[in-house]
Ligand binder design. Structure first.
Ligand SMILES: Nc1ncnc2c1ncn2[C@@H]1O[C@H](COP(=O)(O)OP(=O)(O)O)[C@@H](O)[C@H]1O
Ligand SMILES: [Mg+2]
Length: 405
């Protein structure tokens, strides 16, 4: 079929041609945004799910929704090697400057800008001067202690007052929120607590890997009162079917019976894999309806493409020892697995394997679904590891017992 008209979009954050199975989540987001706008108490929302389930796409959709109903949106992506202030200051500055231009002089907005300036000096943020210069005096004694847990709530409160003065609510989007450090997470939670207490129109919509639930609980025990953690999972059969068939139908193309079902069985309904499979089966097909023969030709290509992109970008970030650890996990199957069993497979004690496991948790490669359990954050990663490291086998004799002899 004409590749130019191919409707499927495998790719991180790519808006799918049919966003299926997320109606409930979008409705929850809508209610939350409307409530904040009315000044009603509302929990912020952190969508939790594995890689490739559609979290980024969801945040972008909620962003469109928010902007349509008059919100100003701030969108950042957390990063292992960047602090929250570094990420937040430039867009917050933009919002406050916009508020400043938005109408008659507002003391709350001016104060917001002054507090932002003192916040920057307090935590000694260095940016290219010209880029972030604020032509305003700083507000001495406000948000400039240098302690982010004291300063960020102060900054959020002044932002919220500026937003209220302009009657423009602010929604902060944070993608990959599991990458925030504990201190940053704690400061963020305290800031949201503060704006909620003062009924200010600022709300968080975030997305992250499952470790974010533990991270926020460790950072602040009251986090669960401030946040909902709705899960974003693989699509059920009906939604997965529609994700594939609706975009084809829009192009006048159909599938032979069973083809859709076979795709759903091999992809397990994971959105990224559905898009990749749909994309290749479309290009492989000569005509409508798409047939089993087309599927047989397309699937190896789809898998190869996934190996080169979706899986590969994760694999390339690993050290050789981390690869070993994950490969040992893959030997045991899809998981989750007992951490002790993985260590044993590697010929290590659980304690010795601990730091290695911890590094992988921080990198977002694995998570702990229950105490002592370890699972992949990338669906089907076990099969990929067995493909890419086919010759791996467990060490013959455990290192521990070698030492004893
Ligand atoms: N509900 C959905 N229906 C169909 N495809 C989807 C859906 N959500 C996401 N996708 C597709 O899945 C892929 C991954 O989406 P993305 O938002 O990047 O996932 P995540 O952020 O969870 O890793 C993209 O190609 C996107 O088009
Ligand atoms: Mg994402």
């Amino acid at each position: 079929m004409d590749p130019i008209r191919n409707p499927y979009v495998p790719g991180a954050g790519a808006q799918p041609p049919a966003l299926t199975g997320r109606e409930d989540l979008l409705e929850r987001a809508r209610v939350m945004l409307e409530r904040v706008r009315l000044g009603r108490p509302t929990k912020s929302f952190i969508a939790v799910g594995l890689r490739g389930v559609g979290k980024t796409v969801l945040l972008n959709r909620v962003r469109q929704m928010a902007e349509t109903i008059g919100y100003r949106a701030v969108f950042i992506e957390a990063h292992e090697h960047k602090s929250l202030p570094e990420l937040l200051v430039p867009p917050l500055r933009r919002v406050l400057l916009e508020f400043d231009r938005l109408g008659a002089l507002s003391e709350q907005v001016k104060r917001g800008l002054r507090v932002l300036k003192s916040f920057m000096s307090g935590i000694k943020l260095r940016y290219a001067e010209a880029e972030l210069a604020l032509d305003i005096d700083s507000e001495h004694g406000a948000a400039d202690s240098g302690d982010i847990e004291a300063d960020l709530p102060e900054l959020f409160a002044s932002l919220g007052k500026a937003a209220a003065a302009r009657s423009v609510p602010v929604v902060l989007f944070i993608d990959e929120i599991q990458y925030l450090g504990e201190k940053d997470m704690s400061a963020l939670i305290m800031s949201l607590h503060r704006v909620a207490q003062e009924n200010l129109p600022v709300v968080l919509v975030a997305a992250g890997l499952p470790q974010v639930v533990g991270l926020s609980g460790r950072s602040k025990s009251y986090a669960e009162r401030l946040f909902d953690f709705p899960p974003v999972d693989a699509l059920g059969e009906a939604d997965a079917t529609r994700a594939l068939s609706a975009p084809a139908e829009a192009e006048g193309v159909s599938y032979e019976p069973d083809v859709l079902n076979d795709i759903i069985v091999t992809t397990l309904g994971y959105p990224y894999f559905l898009q990749e499979a749909g994309y290749h089966v479309w290009n492989a097909a000569e005509r409508s309806p798409i047939s089993q023969a087309d599927l047989r030709r397309a699937m190896p290509l789809a898998l190869q493409r996934l190996d080169e992109s979706f899986f590969r970008v994760r694999f390339d970030r690993l050290t050789p020892r981390e690869k070993e650890y994950l490969r040992a996990m893959a030997q045991l199957g899809p998981g989750p697995h007992r951490s002790g069993e993985i260590a044993e497979m590697l010929g290590m004690g659980v304690r010795t394997a601990g730091p290695l496991r911890n590094g992988l948790l921080i990198k977002g490669m694995i998570y702990s679904p229950a105490h002592g359990d370890t699972a992949f954050t990338v669906p089907l990663f076990d099969a990929f590891l067995r493909r890419i490291m086919p010759d791996w086998s467990p060490p013959e004799r455990p290192i521990e017992s070698q030492r004893k002899t």
